[in-house]
Ligand binder design. Structure first.
Ligand SMILES: [Zn+2]
Length: 103
């Protein structure tokens, strides 16, 4: 039964390796966390209120904060350092979707 024990150990070692690899997922920015707080007054965000700035979508707690941000975006972007911002969706309807066309 020693062979079985060896096989079992090899299988365990393989599984450990596979699990280690599986956990090694691309953590692109481990120091960044999702935005949860409004950069204007540090209250929890409501995703109904947002503004797109330099390709990023920033969320706020109220429309008043959206307006405040739009007035001075640079000031509030400072508060978002270290926060992982969502990419702003491409501007709608500016151009038709980039589909390959032969004509
Ligand atoms: Zn706010």
């Amino acid at each position: 039964m020693r062979k079985l024990a060896v096989v079992a150990m090899v299988v365990m070692a393989l599984m450990t390796t596979v699990m280690a690899l599986a956990q090694d997922e691309p953590a692109a920015a481990p120091d960044l966390k999702e935005q949860t707080m409004c950069p204007v007054d540090n209250k929890p965000i409501d995703k109904a209120f947002f503004a797109d700035h330099e390709g990023f979508r920033v969320y706020f707690c109220s429309q008043a904060c959206v307006d405040a941000f739009k007035a001075e975006p640079a000031k509030y972007m400072e508060a978002l350092k270290g926060v992982k911002l969502e990419a702003a969706p491409a501007a709608p309807a500016a151009e038709p979707a980039a589909e390959p066309k032969t004509e």
